[in-house]
Design a protein around this ligand. Structure first.
Ligand code: SF4
Length: 218
């Protein structure tokens, strides 16, 4: 059935209607995006609009014949939801507004998103970037997570909040922004090359062990 599903659409459990998830990097929304969404929701009588756990908006219940026109009218890129690639980088507001923020989680998230977009991985990948150790962006529960402290960025790998949850392992601490981005992308390339098909990073890190991964990457 999956080969019949149009690109950028998710078949729903009724096996007839679809959900679409426009790309909203780091959960940031503008008035233009809100207006485009509202227009599409009204025009196509979209029955459910849901804010997802990944800081995205899902439009649920579209008919197959509405999909192309809806995407065209939205004028927003596709947020990946089933492909074996980066699905999203979620980020907290960080030091742009939060009083606890130590560093720029939104900017860091955007940099990582740019670096990881277009890469194919063994399984889906989710990233969480937090501006302080409170980790509001669930950094320990994502395939890769970062958070900021006064001395620099901590990079965590192999976290997962799924059916077999796993708290990620710390790969490195006290990194500059450039070092953290470079190490994050280096880890993802390593996973790309060494991961088994469909193996999430949680199982990958568990299989290899964080010490071996550190040895290979640091
Ligand atoms: S992780 Fe820290 S900086 Fe980010 S929202 Fe939470 S408290 Fe604020």
């Amino acid at each position: 059935m999956s080969e019949l599903v149009p690109e950028g659409a998710i078949l729903q459990r009724d096996k007839k209607t679809f959900a679409i998830v426009p790309k909203t990097p780091q959960g940031m929304i503008t008035a233009d995006i809100l207006e485009a969404l509202a227009k599409v929701v009204r025009r196509y009588n979209v029955p459910i609009v849901k804010i997802t756990s990944g800081q995205r908006l899902a439009l649920i219940g579209l008919q197959r014949e509405q999909l192309d026109a809806a995407w065209q009218e939205l004028g927003i890129g596709v947020g990946q939801a089933t492909a074996l690639c980066l699905h999203y980088v979620q980020a907290c507001p960080g030091n742009s507004v939060c009083k606890f923020g130590v560093d720029d989680s939104l900017g860091m998230g955007a940099e990582l998103e740019e670096g990881l977009t277009g890469m194919a991985f063994p399984a889906k990948v989710k990233v969480g970037v937090s501006g302080c150790p409170m980790c509001c962006a669930e950094s320990y529960m994502r395939d890769m997570g970062l958070f900021a402290k006064n001395k620099g960025w901590t990079v965590i790998v192999g976290g997962n909040a799924g059916a077999k949850p796993r708290i990620g392992d710390v790969l490195a601490v006290d990194l500059s922004r450039e070092e953290a981005v470079a190490l994050g992308i280096k880890f993802m390339k390593y996973y790309q090359e060494e991961g088994h098909p469909r193996e999430r990073t949680a199982r990958f890190v568990q299989r290899l062990g964080i010490l071996a991964i550190k040895e290979a990457l640091l």
